[in-house]
Design a protein around this ligand. Sequence first.
Ligand SMILES: [Zn+2]
Ligand SMILES: [Zn+2]
Length: 411
Amino acid sequence: MNPTSFPWRRACRAATLALLAGSSSLWAQSNVPAASAAAAPVNAPATVVAPTPETVPLLAKPYIFSARRAYVAPQLPDAPAEWVTKSMAWVDIILDAFPPAVDENPARRAALMRLDDVFHLADASHRPQVREFLQSRVEKALREMEAAPSDEHARIWKLYNDGFVVRVDGCTYGFDLIPGVPGRPRNMPNYVGAPAQDCTMTEAQLHRLVAQVDVLFISHLHADHANQRMAAAFLDARKPVVAPPELWSGTELASRLLYAPRSVTDDFPLPIQGGKIKLRVHAFPGHQGPVLNNVYLVTTPDGFTAMHTGDQSIGESQGKDFEWLDTMGDRYKVHLLFTDCWYPDVKRLIRSVNPELVITGHENELGHPIDHREDYAQTYERLWGSRYPFVLMTWGEFFMLQKNEPFLFNK
Ligand SMILES: [Zn+2]
Ligand SMILES: [Zn+2]
């Protein structure tokens, strides 16, 4: 890192974060060595190494409990039901008035950040208003899917977390579809209320979703991406489920999955709709740490290509994934990139893939502990300044990537 190369924006950040950093006695709560955590003066010259949310000892201020939330307004662990009810009603209206867009209305951003606040309540997944919000948003998406054609434009729905449906060129495919919040939140092991499984779409909605989608791609085994009930519904409907190696091995369900051959160089044909259409599928051999994570590249017969990274995240020194990730855009034309909002260096990933459009996923995963429910505010911060168009979506929302979209610069 060349400290003199930062533009003024980063220098201003250094000054802001220096203000946030407090007494040195609290630095021990950070994982940052004291030497590298020395606070920059307020009017930091360009020679100061700009801190990042990961490197600044922000715990010195009581309203920040995690360095991940460096640029996020403080949230409360609890809130009255009335506030949640009114918030969700307002959010619903704003999201409908201002749907997902590259050039976003500021009111929409405020609504997504209010969702951040609600989803960071400690018991968010046990709130009836949150379940009703999820089910009503899924219902909206299902009604749209049931009416939408499949033509040369890419129609995209976000369901929950990292789950997306893409309809384009006569086919419809889904990535990491799950019914909703996956089980008991890990940060509440002694919770005795209603099981978090209640915060899901209904059984009827799940089957209506399966009816609309030709094939399901599962990136990896974690419960916020892979769900046996969902996979079984696809398989029972004679629709393929493409999975990483050994997912649910030993079960009856596993014998019906299609384990994708993981390869840096080779894709494979995947017949759908009873063989009427063949997708080209490339399952890149990715990882989330030690967990095998398929990074899918799916191409329709008419050439529309979407990539979904699952929870791809591995250190530079931990494997060879960067060898194929860093050159992705040189070798493939990717129209649409779905990436985790919390991918460690998301701008590097986007540059490497060089897509027409970026859509982030995994915000506010309610099955995660609160400090790992990365919120929309953080996504805006992480993508700020990216020259690639991106769209933020929440549960049940729709976006259409039109062929020859005027905002696309990367043709
Ligand atoms: Zn994962
Ligand atoms: Zn995940």
